[in-house]
Design a protein around this ligand. Structure first.
Ligand code: NAD
Length: 279
């Protein structure tokens, strides 16, 4: 079976660099999708309280018989649960739905800066980690200004920041912050959520033809070769398998540079919400 490289997080724990994301997989279909993904070989699952499918993820895990220590499960604290002691209730609810005693990674989902509760949420995540309910803790959709604030308030650097990242939206300022502070980057929407013609871009299509792989495989390879953690979503087993089969070829430095050039550089390549506007 394919061996997925792992990355050491600042907690000392290791995360498989390639996983399976379950955003927008309806609750009733999550068990089947995650079962298929585990059969394909994925051992890293990315879910969130707001996806409403933690129970299905948990059922698939329970029925798989795969030892807990071989799995890496991430879930996320929803925006409405950042204030006061609410994060403690939220993680217990997520663990109950997942049927797990701990998650491997717990993230605050958005900074929601207007509410100004993300720093409180981060303090509670530190307590949750210390209580053994999550092995590692991190954030999602945080910009450098939010990350600076968390470090100033608590001295604790998130293990990861999970951000929208794909060739048209590369967020190099967040990557620079991560490199400086020993934080890792996870890409969400790694294939651009299919919302712009990424696979037809000559830089992607040419590399796909030359390596005799699919454009999706080229884009995933681009993330992996940049040291980024990635978990594409698909409900189709063939695509799950295709997205998992990305360790048999390597993009050249020139191919990577041509894909790098797909970012317009003005933020217009974003396909999801802006971290300053999601509140
Ligand atoms: P993605 O870029 O992975 O796109 C998924 C879509 O790409 C699929 O619905 C399918 O239409 C298409 N696709 C998948 N594999 C393909 C293939 N081999 N060939 C052609 N098309 C293919 O987008 P995503 O699901 O939004 O992101 C991945 C994961 O990131 C999510 O499932 C979720 O776990 C996470 N996520 C996190 C946030 C956040 O705010 N933290 C937001 C969105 C997603």
């Amino acid at each position: 079976m394919t061996s997925v490289p792992t990355i050491a997080l600042n907690s000392g724990h290791h995360i498989p660099q390639l996983g399976f994301g379950v955003f927008q997989i309806p609750p009733a279909e999550a068990e089947e999708a995650v079962t298929a993904a585990l059969e394909v070989g994925y051992r890293h699952i990315d879910t969130a309280a707001i996806y409403g499918n933690e129970q299905g993820v948990g059922s698939a895990i329970a029925q798989s018989g795969i030892p807990r220590e071989e799995l890496f499960v991430t879930t996320k604290l929803w925006n409405e649960s950042q204030a006061g002691e609410a994060p403690h209730d939220a993680i217990r609810e997520s663990l109950e739905k997942l049927g797990l005693e701990y998650v491997d990674l717990y993230l605050t989902h958005w900074p929601t800066p207007e509410k100004d509760t993300y720093s409180n949420a981060w303090e509670k995540l530190i307590e949750i980690r210390d209580a053994g309910l999550s092995r590692s803790i991190g954030v999602s959709n945080h910009l450098p200004e939010h990350l600076d604030r968390l470090v100033k308030d608590t001295g604790v650097v998130p293990a990861v920041d999970q951000i929208e990242l794909h060739p048209a939206h590369q967020q190099n300022d967040v990557l620079a912050w991560a490199a400086e502070h020993g934080m890792h980057i996870e890409s969400w929407g790694p294939l651009g959520q299919g919302k712009y013609p990424l696979f037809e871009a000559p830089a992607v299509a040419k590399a796909a033809a030359s390596h005799e792989v699919s454009p999706a495989q080229v884009v995933l390879r681009w993330h992996l070769q940049r040291g980024i953690i990635v978990f594409p979503k698909s409900s189709h087993r063939e695509r799950m398998a295709e997205n998992f089969d990305v360790f048999g070829f390597e993009l050249t430095a020139e191919e990577l540079t041509r894909i790098d050039a797909l970012d317009p550089g003005d933020g217009s390549g974003r396909v999801g919400g802006h971290p300053l506007e999601v509140n």
